[in-house]
Write a protein that binds this ligand. Structure first.
Ligand SMILES: Nc1ncnc2c1ncn2[C@@H]1O[C@H](COP(=O)(O)OP(=O)(O)OP(=O)(O)O)[C@@H](O)[C@H]1O
Ligand SMILES: Cc1ncc(CO)c(N)n1
Length: 550
């Protein structure tokens, strides 16, 4: 049932075909995440065949699909048995894919029998994929045959349907009908002969050369040759290098639209993966390469929390601090209006001192911000803290004939030292994290006071501290807090785990300083407001931590 004589030159597949996007030829289209189909055999040990192809495609930025031509029973030591399922079912697999998904490139690996070769040839003629890379698999790394003699002839006829063929030295020899090349010059000559005879570009691979070098060369049908040099990596982990390389080239070709760029990128990745193969512990023969060594090293294997999860988690961690703030005599008396005026003015004076440096820290966040939106936001917040909050404090204090610029007390100093130290260390994420509790805890408290969460008195216009209460329940302040929280959360989610941990700590410590600030001795109420106590009378640990840093 050989359909191969019907197959024609690659030009047949693409002659004057209107390209999918106007002037760009279909095979020149670059895909951000290309769909790559491997049509190949299965290697249950995972190092070669479709298993290697899927790993290689994924590691190189593609979406991998696989139609299985044959099942092998093999491991790193050798191939024990081969089973080729009914060819009609391979066609079913291929049609199922083509009827649904765009195929940006095809990689052909072990085809097993002449019948399979014919079915794949028919399918290629019918679907005309933009990029076809043919790895003419005949013999495994272990030396076992993976293709019968009929199929070898059929495979030669399949060549014109490929854009690139990637034989190893033995396969190249079979394709040109000569003895295996015993040096690189002879291999190159065979590659040139094959390219000239078939019109298909050939990647001549030097992996099986004796000696310290493993050169490869991309030979075009017009004899243009691009060479790729590389010293042999001392390793026995070479099982599936050919499968992995051809899949990587198909993927990078679909991404970059350029053959020699694709080969260069695929080789760089392959060499990194061969070198890391010894990290794996798979089998006692020629082990697999480590397809994801570079990807894991550069990106890690843990999934970072989402910004929303992080914001919620960190806020949740301050629950104890928030309920301790709620229980402070200062807050209770502020809410019901019984807070003595000198205590309130003392608090306000310290808050005014705090705001001046807090504005400096906001300005530092603006200076460190990685994008213009965040830069604008923090600069605006710094201006707001001075022009609105501090100015309103100064008005209240001036009305009471009290100074808006007292000396900072120990609690204020400790809090400011924490913020300014974050600025000194210069990590944007840590500065933002340290800034946030001031936003969040005030909005939270302001909103709950305004909603009557601390009794009806806080909602009355005649409340003695009504202007102060109103300013923290302001919707504009809530909106700024929402934006600031968003910046904190996205910055934390994108941070390295170590930086995220420093951010979390800075955030937590600022929240503790907020508690200490509300709980600090103030004016005449010093004795009552000094130290917050738990229900069982223990001094609140958060306050101990915060004041201990003073
Ligand atoms: N020890 C090595 N060090 C560096 N590169 C290597 C080494 N072995 C193979 N390669 C590279 O791996 C790629 C595959 O080459 P090779 O000639 O071994 O293919 P293959 O025989 O088809 O592979 P397979 O083992 O999958 O059958 C080539 O780019 C080759 O240069
Ligand atoms: C299934 C399969 N395909 C290709 C090779 C060549 O390495 C192999 N060993 N096994």
């Amino acid at each position: 049932m050989s359909a191969l004589p019907r197959l024609e030159r690659p030009g047949y597949l693409r002659v004057d075909e209107p390209a999918a996007t106007g002037s760009v030829a279909a095979d020149r289209i670059r895909r951000r995440i290309p769909n790559i189909l491997s049509i190949a055999g299965s290697d249950p040990s995972g190092g070669a065949g479709i298993q290697a192809d899927l790993k290689s495609i994924a590691a190189n930025g593609g979406y991998g699909m696989a139609a299985i031509t044959a099942l092998t029973a093999q491991n790193t030591r050798g191939v024990r048995a081969v089973h080729v399922p009914p060819v009609a079912f391979l066609t079913e697999q291929l049609d199922a894919i083509a009827d649904d998904a765009r195929v940006d490139a095809v990689k052909l690996g072990m085809l097993g029998s002449a019948e399979v070769v014919a079915a794949v040839g028919d399918w290629l003629v019918g679907t005309r994929p933009a990029v076809v890379v043919l790895d003419p698999v005949m013999i495994a790394t272990s030396g076992d045959r993976l293709l019968d003699a009929d199929a070898e002839r059929a495979l030669r006829d399949l060549l014109p349907l490929a854009d690139l063929v990637t034989p190893n030295l033995a396969e190249l020899a079979v394709l040109v009908g000569e003895p295996v090349a015993d040096d690189w010059a002879a291999a190159l000559a065979q590659g040139r002969a094959l390219a000239a005879a078939t019109g298909v570009r050939v990647l001549v691979k030097g992996g099986h050369l004796a000696g310290p070098e493993t050169p490869d060369a991309l030979v075009e049908a017009d004899d243009t040759t691009v060479g790729f040099d590389g010293a042999r990596i001392a390793t026995t982990n070479t099982h599936g290098t050919g499968c992995s390389l051809s899949s990587a080239i198909a993927t990078r070709r679909a991404v970059t639209g350029d053959w020699s760029v694709a080969v260069g990128e695929a080789r760089a990745w392959l060499r990194e993966s061969i070198a890391a193969g010894s990290e794996l512990e798979v089998g006692g023969g020629n082990g697999p390469i480590h397809h994801f060594a570079g990807v894991w090293a550069r990106g890690g294997t843990t999934t970072p929390p989402t910004p929303a999860d992080l914001a919620a988690e960190w806020w949740e961690e301050t629950a104890g601090i928030r309920s301790a703030i709620d229980d402070l005599p200062f807050v209770r008396r502020l809410a019901d209006g019984s807070l003595p005026r000198d205590a309130f003015l003392d608090y306000l004076g310290q808050d005014a001192v705090y705001l001046r440096d807090y504005a400096r820290v906001l300005a530092a966040a603006s200076r460190l911000a990685p994008d213009a939106d965040a830069q604008r936001f923090w600069a605006g917040s710094a201006a707001g803290a001075l022009a609105e909050e501090l100015a309103s404090h100064e008005r209240l204090l001036a009305g009471a004939a009290a100074t808006a610029h007292p000396e900072p007390d120990a609690t204020t100093t400790a809090y400011l030292d924490h913020l300014l130290a974050a600025v000194a260390r210069g990590e944007y994420g840590v500065v933002v994290a340290a800034l946030l509790p001031c936003f969040q805890l005030y909005v939270d408290l302001g909103m709950r006071l305004a909603a009557g969460g601390f009794g009806a008195a806080a909602r009355r216009p005649e409340h003695p501290y009504a202007p102060w209460l109103a300013s923290y329940a302001d919707p504009g302040f809530a909106e700024s807090t929402r934006i600031a929280t968003g910046i904190l959360a996205t910055t934390a989610a994108a941070a390295t785990p170590a930086l995220r941990e420093r951010m979390r700590r800075a955030y937590r410590v600022s929240a503790e300083h907020e508690l200490a600030f509300f709980g600090a001795p103030r004016g005449g109420s010093a004795a009552e407001a000094a130290a917050p106590h738990d229900a069982d009378g223990a001094r609140n640990p958060a306050t101990v931590v915060a004041t201990a840093t003073a």
